[in-house]
Ligand binder design. Structure first.
Ligand code: KG4
Ligand code: ZN
Length: 339
């Protein structure tokens, strides 16, 4: 009988300090996330130096917790997988150095994982991937459509030309005077709203799977200025609803079009913005209509976590990929196939 495989995942690319043990690349044995959101809220966003400081304080304890909850000793592990990039360089380095020290001390191999591969592989923890597969990745730093022919093979077919979807959410939330992170706030306001301001949709040139959200952000700002110049005030819920409708419409339409063109067997959504209630519903509806299986992980696995890094790391590890103790943070890392 094949021995079970346990991989420790570590993630510190932004504002969550996370460690997790995943069994056989599919089963979460422990999943610890220490969020800095409360602290970063005071500044209306992530301050890199503060993020690094929090990671330093939390990383050892979070790794210990992940092992304790898994009821495992370091010797029971097969490897350590850590986010190598992209992300904040100072934040990445804390996780990478902790991973290297842990791997060296316990004689374990190390694997450097791309953060977006992690978001995609969060789905493996819920539903086995079927290829060809289309992944919509929508997070604070990324908006991408990726086609996968098999495990570890990534073909980028579209990406944002300016702001990422989550970034647009966070910036518009700021304009509306909502706290950081803005995504969940706008999601809630929009859902409760009894009206909607009509905002434009950036479709870009015909056939393009790229995205653009900065024009929408400017449209919201202009709308607010115009209303305020008339001495009136905006209804934040109506603005949130109109903004969200535009984002969801474009994301859903382009994902559907790509799924049909590439004849995929499965569509998945990933990343923090995939926690959005209206986006999940819209994607579920169109793909149910189309008869294409669509999956999105539970919300706790959409936002940053280390289980997704362990899941992607397991696939890389089994494909023979190994990092070295010379590994460094790679803030602008590109998503490369490992297949
Ligand atoms: O994946 P993630 O946790 O971190 C990055 O890798 O960037 O994504 C964070 C982003 C933030 O911009 C946040 O506002 C957004 O995801 N987000 C949401 C929701 N929950 C989080 N956006 C829209 N609706 C939500 N419910
Ligand atoms: Zn992320």
């Amino acid at each position: 009988m094949k021995k079970d495989q346990y991989i420790l995942g570590i993630e510190t690319s932004c504002d969550e300090t996370a460690a997790s043990v995943v069994k056989n690349g599919k089963e979460i044995v422990s999943n610890i996330v220490a969020s800095q959101i409360q602290s970063q809220k005071r500044f209306g966003g992530v301050v890199p130096e503060i993020a690094s400081r929090h990671h330093v304080e939390k990383i050892t304890i979070v790794i210990e917790e992940a092992l304790k909850e898994a009821k495992l000793q370091p010797k029971d592990l097969d490897a350590v997988a850590v986010t190598e990039g992209p992300g904040l360089v100072g934040a990445l380095l804390i996780g990478i150095n902790a991973a290297k020290a842990f791997a060296f001390a316990n004689g374990l191999p190390i694997v450097g994982v791309h953060h977006i591969a992690g978001h995609i592989y969060a789905n493996e923890l819920v539903q086995s991937m079927e290829f060809p597969l289309l992944a919509l990745i929508v997070s604070g730093g990324h908006t991408e459509l990726v086609v996968m022919e098999t495990h570890g093979s990534f073909k980028l077919i579209g990406e944002t030309r300016d702001d990422a979807a989550g970034e647009a959410y966070d910036k518009v939330a700021r304009v509306l005077g909502l706290p950081y992170p803005g995504g969940p706030e706008i999601d809630r306001l929009a859902t409760e709203s009894d009206g909607e301001i009509e905002f434009p949709r950036a479709w870009l040139e015909a056939g393009s799977y790229d995205f653009s959200f900065s024009g929408l952000k400017s449209a919201v700002i202009n709308y607010k200025h115009n209303v305020e110049q008339r001495g009136e005030s905006i209804e934040p819920a109506h603005v949130a609803a109109g903004f969200q409708a535009s984002v969801v419409d474009v994301l859903t339409s382009k994902t559907l079009k790509a799924a049909k063109e590439f004849g995929v067997k499965q569509v998945i959504a990933a990343g923090g913005v995939a926690a959005n209630g209206q986006l999940r519903k819209s994607l579920e509806d169109v793909f149910e209509n189309e008869g294409i299986p669509f999956y999105v992980p539970p919300i706790s696995l959409c936002t940053d976590n280390a289980a997704m890094i362990a899941a992607a790391g397991t696939s890389m590890f089994n494909a023979g990929k190994r990092g070295t103790l010379a590994m460094n943070g790679n803030p602008g890392m590109e998503l490369k196939s490992w297949h």
